[in-house]
Design a protein around this ligand. Structure first.
Ligand code: 2P0
Length: 340
C-alpha cells in the first residue's frame, strides 16, 4: 500500500472524478491453472473462455482521498479487511504508480449475481475495477492494455474485459500476456449447476501454486492444454460443437487430475460433482449435446447449444433434485457506465 499510505487526502483534487465500470464473469472452456511468473501473473498456458451475460459486477472508483490515509473499499455492502483489502489496494497502487495519481481511493463494488450462484467473482470484479480505476485516474487504455492491467488483479479477469468467446494469450512478459476476442458463429450456452454454496477450502491462487510445485502431472497437463486449445479453436472455426465439447470436458478433467495429484492432493469435488458428471454422460448417450466443465470448486457448468439450453437445464433438474440449475448465455465485455 505504498501509494496509499504515503498519500494524503490534502493532495487530492477537490473534485476527483468518479468512474463507474461493469464486467461480466467468464467460464473457461480451456483452463488457466498455474503462473510461471506470480508477480506479473503470466500463466503457464493460454486459455479460452466464454463471457456470460447477466453476471455483471459494477464498480465505482474515485481517487478522492478514500479513508484519509488508506483506500476505502466496499464490496456488496461490506468492507473487506486483511488479505482481501490488501489485494485491492495493491492493485490500486499499480494504477497509482502508472498514472501518477497519489490519493487513496474510494471503491464501491456490487455483484449482480450472488457468490452462491457458483460463478467466479474475481474475474468480473477485477475487470470492472481495472476499467473504473484506470478511467478515474485519467488513463486512456485500449481493451488490450485494459486486459493486461486486469491480469494483475486476477488471472481470469484478463478475459472478462471482452465479451463472447475470448482467448488469453499466455505470452512471456507483461506486454505479451493479454486477451482478445475470438470470432464465433456458434450458438453456445452454459448451464450452471450449483451443488454447494460453501466457500472453497483453498483459494485458486494457492491451489494452482501447490499444483505447479508438487504435482507430477502438472507438466503433462500443460503439454496437453496447448494441444487442447488448438483443437478447441479449430472446432469453433468449424462450428463443431461435439469436438469442442469433448475437448472442453477433457481439459477440465485433466486440470482436476493434476491438482488431485498434488501433495497433499487438492480435491474440490463433492459426491454430487461426480453424480453430475455421470448425469451429463447419460444425457449425452440420450442424444443431448452437453459437456461438463468444473472450476476451483464443486459446482459443474455444462456447455451446450443455446437452442437446447432450456431442455438441458430441465433434464439436469430432473436428474439432480435439490440442485439449483440456471442457463447463462454469452454476454458482453467491460463497459464504462454513463455519467462517469
Ligand atoms: C480459469 N480458474 O481458467 C481457471 C479454471 C479456476 C479454474 O482462473 O490467482 O481467481 O487470481 O489469477 O483468476 C481461477 O483463478 O486466480 C481461475 P488468480 P483466478 O477460469
Amino acid at each position: 500500500m505504498s501509494g496509499a499510505s504515503s498519500a494524503n487526502a490534502d493532495f487530492s483534487p477537490p473534485t476527483a472524478p468518479t468512474a463507474t465500470a461493469s464486467a461480466n464473469t467468464n467460464i473457461a472452456l480451456i483452463k488457466y491453472w498455474g503462473k510461471v511468473d506470480e508477480a506479473l501473473a503470466i500463466p503457464a498456458t493460454s486459455s479460452l473462455s466464454l463471457t456470460l451475460e447477466g453476471t455483471r459486477t459494477t464498480t465505482s472508483v474515485s481517487f478522492d482521498g478514500g479513508a484519509g490515509t488508506a483506500d476505502s473499499v466496499t464490496i456488496n455492502g461490506s468492507s473487506p479487511t486483511g488479505a482481501e483489502l490488501a489485494r485491492v489496494s495493491r492493485f490500486l497502487d499499480l494504477v497509482r504508480s502508472r498514472s501518477g495519481v497519489c490519493a487513496p481511493a474510494t471503491v464501491i463494488s456490487r455483484a449482480s449475481v450472488p457468490l452462491a450462484a457458483g460463478l467466479a467473482s474475481s474475474a468480473a470484479g477485477f475487470a470492472a475495477l481495472a476499467a473504473a480505476a484506470s478511467h478515474a485516474a485519467g488513463m486512456n487504455l485500449d481493451d488490450r492494455a485494459l486486459s493486461q492491467l486486469a491480469r494483475r488483479g486476477s488471472g481470469s479477469a484478463t478475459r472478462s474485459v471482452f465479451g463472447g468467446l475470448v482467448l488469453w494469450n499466455a505470452g512471456h512478459d507483461d506486454a505479451s500476456s493479454y486477451a482478445e476476442p475470438v470470432a464465433c458463429a456458434m450458438d453456445l450456452a452454459m448451464v450452471v449447476v450449483v451443488l454447494s454454496e460453501r466457500y472453497k477450502p483453498i483459494s485458486s491462487t494457492r491451489a494452482m501454486r501447490a499444483t505447479m510445485v508438487t504435482s507430477p502431472l502438472f507438466p503433462a497437463w500443460v503439454e496437453a492444454s496447448e494441444e487442447d486449445l488448438q483443437v478447441a479453436l479449430e472446432a469453433v472455426q468449424a462450428g463443431d460443437l461435439e469436438r469442442l465439447g469433448e475437448v472442453v470436458e477433457g481439459n477440465a478433467l485433466g486440470m482436476h487430475a493434476a491438482m488431485m495429484a498434488a501433495r497433499p492432493g487438492i480435491v474440490y469435488w463433492l459426491p454430487q460433482t461426480i453424480a453430475t458428471l455421470h448425469a451429463i454422460r447419460a444425457m449425452r448417450e440420450e442424444g443431448l449435446p452437453v459437456w461438463a466443465t468444473i472450476d476451483a470448486g464443486p459446482n459443474v457448468k455444462a456447455l451446450t447449444e443455446g437452442a437446447r439450453a432450456e431442455q438441458v437445464a430441465a433434464a439436469l433438474r430432473d436428474r439432480l433434485p435439490g440442485t439449483t440449475v440456471s442457463v447463462r448465455r454469452p454476454g458482453g465485455g467491460v463497459r464504462i457506465e454513463e455519467g462517469s
